[in-house]
Design a binder for this molecule. Structure first.
Ligand code: SF4
Length: 236
């Protein structure tokens, strides 16, 4: 199997996943930080608290709340963020991100405008990476899912899955940039494909390719890990 086939194969197994990461651009800015080292359920709890605090209920959440969030004191922000865990660290990171986006007057269109071409996109990514506490995965999640820009997100699930399917040495897969480059050079610069493909990878890793993989149940036939294991077992 080639990496270029992965999208269609995973889509045939798990069905269309669309954009996958929920929420408005503003929500993704916050959820990309909150989701570090916690479950999505806990991120949702914080987003619900924000909805209730600013909108009075938990339905509909389309307003730009980043400016309002930015006006909160650290204590108020920490209190909101608590359900996502590691709230002291995350409060600092959210604050740093809000300070950065304040330079764009909290205007998502203005941030997006910066990435009009490849050079602008690179500059925008570097700006995000210069924010204290924002690493590559978080920055790329904001770019891809928040701002709909063609940047492929790599996470631990992605590394694990491609390592197993393509039997790449672990020293290579540890490198975020190489994995990202693999995907970005194999697929068209199409944000919708990047968004859905990453979602499909996460889905596959959660359902089948867990830390202890369920190869017997996995519909992915052409996987080097499964086939190698099978050959080794046969020869044992
Ligand atoms: S066959 Fe096993 S190792 Fe390969 S993708 Fe499926 S679960 Fe993962």
């Amino acid at each position: 199997m080639e990496i270029t086939q992965l999208y269609e194969i995973l889509r045939s197994i798990h069905g269309p996943h669309g954009k996958w990461w929920p929420g408005s651009a503003e929500e993704v800015f916050i959820s990309a930080v909150l989701t570090q080292n916690t479950s999505w359920a806990n991120v949702e709890k914080v987003l619900d608290k924000i909805r209730i605090k600013f909108l009075g209920d938990s339905d509909g959440f389309n307003g730009n709340f980043l400016k309002t969030l930015s006006a909160l004191s650290d204590d108020e922000l920490r209190e909101l963020i608590k359900p996502a865990g590691f709230f002291n660290v995350k409060t600092k990171r959210v604050r740093n991100l809000l300070n950065w986006v304040s330079k764009y007057n909290f205007d998502m269109a203005a941030v997006r405008k910066k990435a009009q071409d490849e050079v602008g996109l690179k500059e925008l990514r570097n700006e995000l990476l210069s924010v204290n506490g924002i690493g590559k995965e978080t920055a790329d999640s904001i770019l891809c899912y928040g701002l709909d820009l063609p940047v492929f997100v790599v996470d631990a699930y992605t590394k694990r899955l491609i390592n197993r399917i393509f039997a790449i040495e672990s020293s290579e897969i540890a490198d975020y940039d190489s994995v990202q480059q693999m995907f970005e050079s194999s697929y068209p610069r199409d944000v919708e494909i990047y968004q859905e493909l990453h979602g499909l990878i996460v889905e596959h890793a959660k359902v089948y390719c867990r830390s202890k993989p369920k190869c017997d149940e996995c519909p992915l036939k052409d996987c080097r890990y499964k086939n190698t294991t099978f050959v080794e077992q046969k020869n044992a």
